[in-house]
Ligand binder design. Structure first.
Ligand SMILES: Nc1ncnc2c1ncn2[C@@H]1O[C@H](COP(=O)(O)OP(=O)(O)O)[C@@H](O)[C@H]1O
Ligand SMILES: [Mg+2]
Length: 472
């Protein structure tokens, strides 16, 4: 059998990349969904930059003396499963287990721009997972495990035609050596990995390590902490601004009409990485000179429960939520922003932060977020900046549109920044379609505004309230 879109040597069948139906290999189109059938490509060797994670347990021999073999096997299988989960959550290919060791590669089969940061986050998660697992092992078997972890980035050769190994190269050896040099419980990071994650981690340099097989000592760093949500390398946004006058004046005009009409406008900025989207936003925000409340949220490329992550950031900033706030405190702070008579919206939003309550529908959550932003916008015009929206989940894109479409009597400028991927055709079609909607929404809103003869007076009845799941 040939995996969909994957690689294999057997050519007896072709698997449709669209519906998964298998067909004889002389068919040009899928007989079920009529998609073109493409012959799988033989794996070929490629050079790529990946980040390798090695993890090994210490003390498993001593455990072998204490426990019967069946228990040792159960303990080790729990350990492997926890490590695999932590690694795969961040997108690793977990390659093989040598003895009790786990090796994982970030960048195979798919390269990500943040592979090094994913690897370091995974290493931190593995360490945390082991702390929790040890409580369970201590209780059930009277033993605990300690792990040593090495993380290293470098060029490797991937696509071994024999299929025996995913990657080979010096970077793999160094990762293994770093793991061996780490103390139990320690994560050691190689120098190139550190360069790629420097703004997201706290790490202490060790003495340069003499590693077996390396002629020169290798600089290594002991991982202390990884900051949630931080990019690996922060961009400098303080160099003098060049050009962009036209875009800046478009943004200023959008803001002025938001204020004059007390309405919501969606402004989408699409551009390739590094073209200057964030810089343009910063320049615009700086030019507001405190005339608006500015709230920021960023979409994450992957992870559990990321749909409302950018909204969470915006709400934290607006309500002054702290990571250590108790549930009642979170609810109280959110209610304080929303004002009186908004208990339903408050309960719904508190749920986003894990405060227990009745589970609401997605529509109710979108409605509650809109009420929240409208409340914030009552004291001063509000600018909400959402960055990296090409990674936004479909529900999050729905949220942006529903706020833009339904918000009334509140001056809100929503600035959405995204890479062109947002508009690309890609396997997750729905997301691409939402992307098109988003771009059109921006244009549509500007046209609608140009048509309008006079701004709607303050306090005029709000349209569209009847569509609110909670009656407004
Ligand atoms: N108009 C500009 N003038 C000066 N520097 C700029 C300008 N636009 C972008 N830069 C710089 O280029 C780098 C990348 O820009 P950035 O806004 O982070 O790109 P994006 O958000 O599109 O990925 C940053 O260091 C930024 O300061
Ligand atoms: Mg940016």
């Amino acid at each position: 059998m040939v995996p969909p879109g994957g690689t294999a040597y057997a050519r007896a069948v072709l698997t449709c990349g669209n519906c998964g139906r298998e067909s004889p290999d002389d068919f040009a189109f899928c007989p079920v969904c009529a998609s073109p059938l493409v012959a799988p490509v033989e794996p070929h060797e490629v050079r790529k930059t990946v980040t390798v994670v090695f993890c090994d347990v210490t003390g498993s021999t001593a455990m072998g003396e204490k426990l019967d073999p069946e228990s040792v096997r159960r303990v080790m299988s729990r350990y492997f499963s926890e490590m695999r989960t932590a690694l795969e959550r961040h997108g690793a290919s977990v390659e093989k287990f040598i003895g009790d060791a786990v090796m994982a590669v970030f960048g195979v089969p798919q390269i990500h721009e943040d592979d090094a940061l994913r690897a370091v986050r995974a290493a931190a998660d593995m360490r945390q997972a082991l702390i929790l697992l040890n409580k369970e092992l201590e209780r059930d078997y009277g033993v605990t495990l300690a792990a040593r972890i090495g993380v290293n980035t470098g060029d490797v050769v991937a696509g071994d035609p024999s299929g025996e190994t995913l990657v080979t190269g010096d970077a793999v050896n160094v990762a293994a050596r770093l793991e061996q040099a780490a103390a139990p419980g320690e994560v050691l990071i190689g120098p190139k990995t550190l360069r790629l994650v420097r703004d997201a981690v706290v790490a202490d340099p060790t003495e340069p390590l003499e590693l077996k097989g390396k002629s020169e000592p290798v600089a290594a760093f002991r991982l202390v902490e990884v900051m949630a949500g931080a990019p690996g390398v922060a961009r400098r946004l303080d160099s003098p601004m060049v050009g962009r006058e036209r875009q800046l004046s478009q943004l200023r005009r959008a803001f002025d009409s938001v204020v004059a009409d007390r309405s919501c406008q969606l402004f989408t900025v699409i551009g390739a990485p590094g073209v200057g989207k964030s810089r343009l936003m910063e320049e615009f925000v700086r030019g507001l000179h405190g005339r608006a409340t500015v709230l920021r949220g960023r979409c994450l490329p992957y992870g559990d429960g990321i749909t409302f992550f950018p909204v969470g950031e915006v709400m934290k900033e607006a309500a002054g939520l702290d990571d250590f706030d108790a549930p009642e405190e979170i609810e109280r702070k959110i209610c304080a922003v929303l004002g009186d008579g908004e208990t339903d919206a408050c309960a719904r939003l508190a749920q986003l932060f894990g405060v227990a309550g009745h589970d609401g529908t997605t529509d109710e959550t979108l409605w509650a977020v809109r009420r929240f932003l409208e409340s914030v916008a009552q004291s001063a015009p509000l600018t909400v900046v959402f960055d990296d929206v090409q990674w936004g989940e479909p529900t999050f894109l729905d949220l942006i549109e529903s706020i833009a479409d339904r918000s009334r009597d509140a001056p809100i400028l929503m600035l959405v920044m995204a890479r062109p991927d947002l508009l690309d055709e890609r396997p997750a079609r729905r997301q691409a379609e939402r992307g098109h909607d988003l771009a059109r929404a921006a244009v549509r809103r500007r046209v609608r505004r140009a048509d309008r003869q006079s701004p709607r007076p303050r306090g005029a009845p709000r349209r569209g309230q009847d569509q609110d799941p909670q009656g407004g």
